[in-house]
Design a protein around this ligand. Sequence first.
Ligand code: OSB
Ligand code: MG
Length: 384
Amino acid sequence: MRVRIEGVELHHVRLRLKEPFETSFGVERDRECLILRLEGDGLQGWGECVADAWPGYSYETVGTAWHVLTEFFVPRLLGQRFDDVEALEALLAPYKGHPLAKAGLQMALWDLLGKAQGRPLAEMLGGERRRVAVGVSIGIQPDIMSLVETVERYVELGYRRIKLKIKPGRDVEEVRAVRHAFPDMPLQVDANSAYGLEDTPVFEAMDDLGLLLIEQPLAEDDLVDHSLLQQRLQTDLCLDESILSARHARQALDLGACRVINIKPARVGGLREARRLHDLCRERRAPLWCGGMLETGIGRASNLALASLPGFTLPGDISASDRYFEVDIAEPRFTLNDDSTIDVPQGAGLGVRVDLEALKAHTLRTWTSGGASSRGGRATPGWR
Ligand code: OSB
Ligand code: MG
């Protein structure tokens, strides 16, 4: 079934996080992102572009995504008919880079096509599970005592896998303290590329703590040094930032740069490429899990659908909505089940309803193209 894209809307939103989230690249107090709405054949498709306010995790920001979407991607897309997302991938292929912007647009098309076909996203992707195993990613805390207390709080809430953010000087001692307090807890760490090969002793010191994995210790553009580090460790390395496509994943596994992969659909340019990466990992029996980018309910629904595929063998960074925000812009909110899982949405497309009032209340600026509300691109002036 073909859908013609008649209108596109961008919303630059900002949601206050319940607690600041500190990583090796900085502290986030608010989550900023772009919410996209596609209109066609009387239906709406929603997407989330997870680029942040500043280039800490990725070079992309809400500003660069806004730029490439409004100047290049949306004009290319308007008026076109789609019956699958491969056609959108092909349309955007000539444009280099900007995977987060492309992925946001693709998510909205999946939602729109799912609604047109009356099929849930999980089913369209080949998902098999109705609930997925999840954990929680805990930011760097002011000191070791508050870190152990924070972990305790999440364990009491029912999370059965803990990820700790680390950075140079805030690593071995904190991880040891948490391991000591929770001897049997599935535990892993994420360095967000803050170390160099000269820091090998830091990771050797963590090697006997029974960690599930060490995520992205070294530079994102350095598969070679990751493979040298992996040779020195028993603990599995897992790559996040380094893996920008299914091809990268194959090369990283071949090189021994990692043994586990964290897939974020946005980082590889969308759910379609994420599916290819999933198929590769499954074929190779490489452990795979779904990462997170502090998504709103829209992106969270997308991650849950993806993580319902059979190749996801480790718990994802997909926590309950109330772990992140007081308010969300989509309903229903996602809650944690007793067995540290979250239910996969079963409605058509993403299976969530956007709360237009909440969206409006958190929108800093909007842009509309096509549709009934304007002719051509129009940005609302200024910031609110
Ligand atoms: O590296 O996995 C990461 C959040 C923002 C940017 C990068 C990362 C993260 C997380 C949080 O670890 C995962 C989540 O709960 O959404
Ligand atoms: Mg990571």
